[in-house]
Design a protein around this ligand. Structure first.
Ligand code: AMP
Length: 418
C-alpha cells in the first residue's frame, strides 16, 4: 500500500515519526528539520479526514526523564501543523488508550517518548556492571518477552501504520519495525519522507548514471570502513576527505604531525587503496592541507603538502590544490554521494574545503547530476552554506542512510514490504 493510494477518512493512523530534534537548555528546538520533514504525511492524513497518533523517540533516555519528554515539542508542532495536538503522558498507560479511542477525524495525539520504555528498543536496562552472562541473557529474554505486549498495545491504538522515520529505519525497534506485523499489507505503508528516502537510495544504488563519485569525509576510517569497502564495488571515484585523510597519508609514508590518525588502521588504509586499484576505482586523496598549531578556530594556520605537515601542527581542512582536485572530479560526475565534511567545519576558519565541495556538487547538479547528501554532519554543512535546495536530495538519515547504501536491508523498510 502507498500513502497516496490510502484513504484515511475515518481511520486512526499510528505514525512513527522521527521527532528526535535538538533542544537547548530551555527546551527550545534548535533545528526543526525532522519535524518539518514529517509534515506532508501528517497533513495528508488529516486532510483525508483521518486522525493521527504520533509515536517518536527523543534523545537516549534510560527511563522516564523530563528532559526527554515529547511535551517539549507540542507547541511547535501545533504551529507547524495548525492543529493543537493532545498528549498522552505515558505511551502505555490507560490515558493513551482512552485518548486514542476518543480521537476524532482531524485530531492529533502525541504519545510520550517511546524510549521511556526499554521495550521500544528491546534492550535490557539497569543491569549491574558485574552482571553475569546468564543474568544478561535472562534480562534480554525478559525484555524481548515484554516487548511483544508493548508492541501489540501500540498497534491496538490504530487502524493503520505509517512509518515516516527514516532516521531509525535501520533499527528493529517496536515502533519502527515490529509493530508492522500487526497490520496487513493494505494497512501499512511508508510516509512521504520514507518514500523519498527509499527512492533516493535506490537511485544511488540501482540507477547509477556514471561517473559515480562518493565523497567520504568525517573523522575516522574505522567508522566508515564497511561503507568504503562497499562503495568500492559501485563507484568510479572515491574521494577521501576529513580526518580520515591522515591515516591514509601516514600509511603511505607521509608526515602528519598532530593530525588525527588511527595508527592501528594503517594496514587497513593500504588494503583499501589496493582494493580500489584492483577494482579500477579512482581513489582520490588530498594533496595539501590547511594546518593549525592548535585545535581551535583561532589557531595560527598555514597551507602545506598533506604528507609534509610540520611537527606540532595538525590538518584541520583540505588546502586549495585539493579543493580544485576534488571539485574537478565532482564536476565531471553524474551521480554524487556526499557523506562527511572535509574538515572541522564547526570552526568557521576550517569550512572552506567543505564549502568548495558543496559548491562543486551544486554545479554538477545544475549540469544534470543526481546528488545525494546524507549523514548528520554533511547535512549540517549543506544547511550552513544555504545550499540544501541546490542538490538533488538531502537525506534525514545518518546511520540509516549509510547502512542502506552499504546494501543492508533496513528492518523498518523490510517490515513494510513484507
Ligand atoms: P563523522 O561524524 O564521522 O562524519 O565526522 C564528522 C566530524 O569529523 C566533524 O565533527 C568534523 O569536525 C570532524 N573532522 C573532519 N575533519 C577533521 C580533521 N581534519 N580533524 C579532526 N576532526 C575532523
Amino acid at each position: 500500500m502507498t500513502i497516496d493510494q490510502f484513504n484515511f477518512a475515518g481511520k486512526k493512523a499510528f505514525v512513527r515519526v522521527d521527532f528526535n530534534v535538538p533542544l537547548d537548555e530551555n527546551f527550545n528546538i534548535t533545528d526543526d528539520t525532522r519535524m518539518r520533514a514529517a509534515l506532508p504525511t501528517l497533513k495528508k492524513i488529516l486532510a483525508d479526514g483521518g486522525s493521527v497518533i504520533i509515536g517518536s523517540h527523543l534523545g537516549r533516555p534510560k527511563g522516564v526523564a523530563d528532559k526527554f519528554s515529547l511535551k517539549h515539542i507540542l507547541k511547535h508542532l501545533s504551529e507547524l501543523l495548525g492543529v493543537e495536538p493532545q498528549f498522552a503522558n505515558d505511551c502505555m498507560g490507560e490515558e493513551a488508550a482512552v485518548k486514542a479511542a476518543a480521537l476524532k477525524p482531524g485530531e492529533v495525539l502525541v504519545l510520550e517518548n517511546l524510549r521511556f520504555y526499554a521495550e521500544e528498543e528491546g534492550k535490557p536496562r539497569g543491569l549491574a556492571d558485574d552482571a553475569t552472562d546468564e543474568e544478561k541473557a535472562a534480562a534480554k529474554k525478559a525484555v524481548k518477552e515484554s516487548q511483544k505486549e508493548f508492541t501489540k498495545k501500540l498497534a491496538s491504538y490504530a487502524d493503520c501504520y505509517v512509518n515516516d522515520a527514516f532516521g531509525t529505519a535501520h533499527r528493529a525497534h517496536a515502533s519502527t519495525a515490529l509493530i508492522a506485523k500487526y497490520f496487513d499489507k493494505d494497512h501499512k505503508m511508508f510516509g512521504y519522507l520514507m518514500e523519498k528516502e527509499v527512492k533516493a537510495v535506490d537511485k544511488v544504488l540501482n540507477d547509477i548514471q556514471r561517473p559515480f563519485t562518493a565523497i567520504m569525509g568525517g573523522s575516522k576510517v574505522s567508522s566508515k570502513i564497511e561503507i568504503i569497502e562497499n562503495l568500492l564495488n559501485k563507484v568510479d571515484n572515491l574521494i577521501i576527505a576529513g580526518g580520515m585523510t591522515y591515516t591514509f597519508t601516514k600509511a603511505l609514508g607521509g608526515k602528519v604531525g598532530l593530525s588525527i590518525c588511527e595508527d592501528d588502521k594503517l594496514d587497513l588504509a593500504l588494503d583499501l587503496l589496493k582494493k580500489a586499484k584492483d577494482k579500477g576505482v579512482n581513489m582520490v586523496l588530498a594533496v595539501d592541507a590547511k594546518v593549525a598549531d592548535s585545535f581551535s578556530n583561532d589557531a595560527n594556520t598555514q597551507f602545506c603538502n598533506v604528507n609534509e605537515i610540520p611537527d606540532g601542527w595538525e590538518g584541520l581542512d583540505i588546502g586549495p590544490k585539493t579543493e580544485e582536485l576534488f571539485a574537478n572530479v565532482i564536476k565531471s560526475s553524474k551521480t554524487i554521494l556526499w557523506n562527511g565534511p572535509t574538515g572541522v567545519f564547526e570552526f568557521e576558519n576550517f569550512t572552506h574545503g567543505s564549502r568548495a565541495v558543496a559548491e562543486a556538487i551544486v554545479e554538477a547538479t545544475k549540469n544534470g547530476a543526481f546528488s545525494l547528501v546524507g549523514g548528520g554532519d554533511s547535512v549540517a554543512c549543506i544547511n550552513k552554506f544555504g545550499l540544501a535546495k541546490e542538490v538533488s536530495y538531502v537525506s534525514t538519515g545518518g546511520g540509516a542512510l549509510l547502512e542502506a547504501i552499504e546494501g543492508k536491508v533496513l528492518p523498518g523498510i523490510a517490515a513494510i514490504n513484507e
